[in-house]
Design a protein around this ligand. Sequence first.
Ligand code: PMP
Length: 448
Amino acid sequence: MSKLNFAQCQQFIKQVKQYLPGGVHYNFRYSGKDTIIPFNKGRGSRVWDLDGNEHLDLFCKFGALIVGHYNLEYNARLSDYMEKVLSVDQCDLEPLVCERIVHYVPCAEMVRFCLSGTEAVQNAIRLGRAYAGKPKFVRFRGHYHGNADNIMGGKPQSPDYPTPDFYEGDFLDTEGRAPQIMQEQSFMLPWNNLEALEQLLANYADQIGVIIMEPICINGGGILPKPGYLEGVRRLCDRYHITLIFDEVITGFRTALGGAQSLLGVTPDLTVFGKALAGGALPVSAIVGKKDIMQFYTDQKVIHAGTFNGYPLGLAAVLATIELLENDTDCYQRMGSFLMQIAQSLVDAAQAVDIPMVVQGVPNILIFHSQNSALEYPEGYNDDTKLRDILITRLCKEYGIQFSPISRFYSNLLMEETDVEFFQSRIGEAMADVKKITSLFEPSPVAA
Ligand code: PMP
C-alpha cells in the first residue's frame, strides 16, 4: 500500500480557502493543523475523497456518527418523516422520543431539545444555577464543555482560590473573550480528587450552584473516574445543595443508551447530550433531568429558547437512532470489539517500530497516546506525547486512516471485520513513516 495521492483534494482546498477562513469550519489554536480532505461518498465505515481514495472513517464526525454512512434504515426513516411534515414548531414525535430517553437515562424525568453541545451546556448551567440559587459553577481541568467564553480552557491560578485563568500555550485560549468571565463565573479543580473539591466547598459552597464534569473524562485523554469519586461528588452536591451536571455529549449513546451514568451507577441532577444523540447526521442536543429542576422551565423561571429546538427531522433522527441501537441487541459489544481489535493492531504496529503506545477510554470511544503507560490525569499529557500523537494522526491520513482530532477513534453500527483488516493493511507503513520522522529527533547513540 503506497501513500495516497491528493491532487484533486488539494485543488479543491485552495478554492475553499478563499471562502472559509483556514479552509475549515472550526479551529482551535493547537499546533497540529489537520490536513483537510474533502469527501463525497460514504459507505459504512468507509469514505471516499475527491481523488477517489478510500479511507477508514474512525473520525465519525467527532464521535457523532454512530449509525455509519449510508445506513439505509436511518436514511429511510429521515426521508419518510420529511414526506410527512418538514418544519413545524411541534410535531407528533415528542412523546415517543422523550419516553425512550426517560426510560433509559437514570436522571431523565423530563427533556428539552436544542442543537449543539455548547448550547445545551450553557442552558443546563443556567438552569442548575437557578435551581440551586447560587451564581458560580465548578469545572475540571482537562474536561471540555464547548466553545463558550465562560467555559473554555484555562487552568486554576491559586490553590486557595482556584479560578481558571489563561496560561502560555493553552490551545483553548482565545482573543475576544469577555474579560474576567471565567474568573467571575467559575472555579476549576483537578478531577478525580475528592479532597480538592471538599476543600473548595468547605470555603465557597455558598457561592457554588453547579458542578459540571464529563463522567468519563474523554477530552482529558480517556480517563475513568476513580472508584468512589463520583459517589463522593454526588454526596457533596447533596450536602451543599449543588446541581450536579454530567456532560454526556460524547459518552451519551456511545457507552450505552442510558449514557455513562447507567454504567457508572451515579445519577446526576441534569445531563446534557449531543453528538450521537441523533445518529450523527443532524444536530440535536438535549438537556435532561429531574422534574423539580426542569419545572423551572414550566414555571417560566428560567428561559430556554431556540428557533430550531425540537425540529421534526431532528426528532425523527433521535428516534431512529434509539431504535437502531435497541433492535441491534449486541451492537455495543460488537462495535466495541471491532474497535478494540483496531486498537490492538495500532499498539502492535507501534511496538513493531519501537514507538511507545497505549490505548485507553471505553470500548466505543478510544484514545491513543504515544507513551508507555496510560494517562492517569489530564495534566499528565506531556508535549512529547502530544506531538507524537499529532504526527501519527497526520501520517495515518496519508494511508487512508482517519482518526478524530486529539487521537480519538470511534466505532459505528455498520463497522465490520473488513474494517479491521483495512486498518491492519495500512497501519504498519504509517507507523514506519512515523518512526522515520521521530528518529530524526532522537539523540544519536554516543560513540564508545
Ligand atoms: N461537551 C463535550 C464533552 C464535548 O466533547 C463537546 C464537543 N466536543 C461539547 C460539549 C460541545 O459540543 P458542540 O461541539 O456540539 O458544541
